[in-house]
Design a protein around this ligand. Structure first.
Ligand SMILES: [Cu+2]
Length: 318
C-alpha cells in the first residue's frame, strides 16, 4: 500500500464527527477544552506574576488580599466543575436516546473479528458479513452487541462513543450517520494478542444505495464462471475451509468464521490485518498465522495452482 492509501486505511478521529451522537460528544470535548485552556492560561499568568513579585521582594501585599483571591479562585473552581458536570449529564442524555423503527443489526465480538448479522423477520432475508457495516444516511441503526468470548468494545469515533460487548450481557448502541462516508472503528478493550488487529468499518450511503446493497448482499454467492473459478470452488470445498466458513449457495456452511459469500466487496482481510487484494488474499490463506499470529484461522498448505484458482474464486465473490 502507498503511504496515503495506508493512511486512509487506518484513519479515524473522534474530532471529525459525522454522526449525531459523535457530534454531541465532540461538542462536549470542545467545551471542556475551551474552558480548561482559559483556566490553564490564567493559572500560568498568575504563576509568572507571583514568581516575578517574589523575586522583586514585593512584601507590600497583605495576607488578607491573598486570602480573598484564593477564596474567589476556589469558589470559581466549584462553579466551573459543576457547570462541566451539568454539560456532561446533558450530553449523556442526548446520546442515550433509543429511537424506535431503527434498523437492527446483531454485532458479535470474536477473538479477533466482528460478526455482522442484519436482523430480518425471515431468515432468508438476513445478511451475514464480517468487519464491515453498511448503513443508510439519516436512518437510525441499532446495534445489538454480544460477545462470544471475552469483553470487547465497539468504537467508531466518527459516529459515536464506546460501548462494551460483554459475554452473557446484551448491550446496544444506536448510530445515526449524517453524511455519506467511510468511518473506521476498532475494538477499544484489550481482548488478547490480536486486539490491535480488530478493526471494522461503517460505510454510510444514501438510502437508495443502501437498498441496492442489501438486495445484492442477500443473494447467494455468485456462481463460478471461468475454469479457474470453478476449480477454485472445488479447492475451497475440498480443503478444510467449509468447517469454519460459509459461502451461501454452496455446501460450505461453517459458522465459526467470517461468512465469505460476498468477500470481494470488503476492504480488508482479518479485520484490518491486510487490505483485500489478490496478493494479500493468497498470503492470508496459506499463512494467516503470519499476518495475524495467534488468530483462529490455521495456515493452510496448498499447491501453487490450487492457491491461484482459490484466489480467483474468492476474488470473484462480489
Ligand atoms: Cu479488543
Amino acid at each position: 500500500m502507498t503511504f496515503f492509501a495506508h493512511l486512509a486505511f487506518v484513519h479515524q478521529s473522534a474530532l471529525d464527527p459525522a454522526g449525531e451522537h459523535a457530534r454531541a460528544i465532540a461538542r462536549l470535548w470542545d467545551v471542556f477544552l475551551g474552558i480548561t485552556t482559559v483556566i490553564y492560561v490564567l493559572v500560568m499568568i498568575a504563576l509568572v506574576v507571583g514568581l516575578l513579585r517574589k523575586r522583586e521582594g514585593d512584601a507590600s501585599r497583605n495576607p488578607r488580599s491573598t486570602y480573598v483571591i484564593v477564596s474567589i479562585a476556589g469558589g470559581l473552581t466549584v462553579v466551573i466543575l459543576f457547570g462541566l458536570l451539568i454539560a456532561s449529564i446533558f450530553t449523556g442524555r442526548a446520546i442515550a436516546e433509543r429511537p424506535k423503527n431503527a434498523i437492527g443489526i446483531t454485532l458479535r465480538g470474536k477473538q479477533w473479528w466482528w460478526q455482522v448479522e442484519y436482523e430480518a423477520a425471515h431468515p432468508s432475508n438476513r445478511i451475514l458479513s464480517a468487519n464491515e457495516l453498511t448503513i443508510p444516511v439519516g436512518v437510525p441503526v441499532t446495534l445489538h452487541l454480544h460477545s462470544s468470548d471475552v469483553i470487547h468494545s465497539f468504537w467508531v469515533p466518527g459516529l459515536h462513543g464506546k460501548r462494551d460487548l460483554i459475554p452473557g450481557h446484551d448491550g446496544s448502541i444506536t448510530l445515526l450517520a449524517e453524511k455519506p462516508g467511510v468511518y473506521r472503528g476498532q475494538c477499544a478493550e484489550f481482548c488478547g494478542v490480536q486486539h490491535a488487529k480488530m478493526a471494522l468499518w461503517v460505510n454510510a450511503v444514501s438510502p437508495s444505495d443502501y437498498a441496492r446493497w442489501a438486495d445484492a448482499e442477500r443473494t447467494p454467492a455468485r456462481a463460478p464462471q471461468t475454469e479457474a473459478e470453478i476449480a477454485g470452488q472445488q479447492v475451497f470445498l475440498r480443503a478444510p475451509c467449509p468447517l469454519c466458513h460459509a459461502i451461501r449457495g454452496t455446501d460450505a456452511s461453517g459458522s465459526t468464521a467470517p461468512d465469505l459469500t460476498h468477500l470481494a466487496t470488503r476492504r480488508s482481510l482479518g479485520a484490518g490485518a491486510l487490505p483485500n487484494t489478490r496478493e494479500a488474499l493468497g498470503g492470508w490463506i496459506v499463512d494467516a498465522q503470519r499476518a495475524k499470529p495467534g488468530c483462529q484461522m490455521p495456515s493452510i498448505n496448498l499447491r501453487p495452482d490450487e492457491l491461484s484458482a482459490l484466489v480467483d474464486y474468492l476474488g470473484s465473490l462480489r
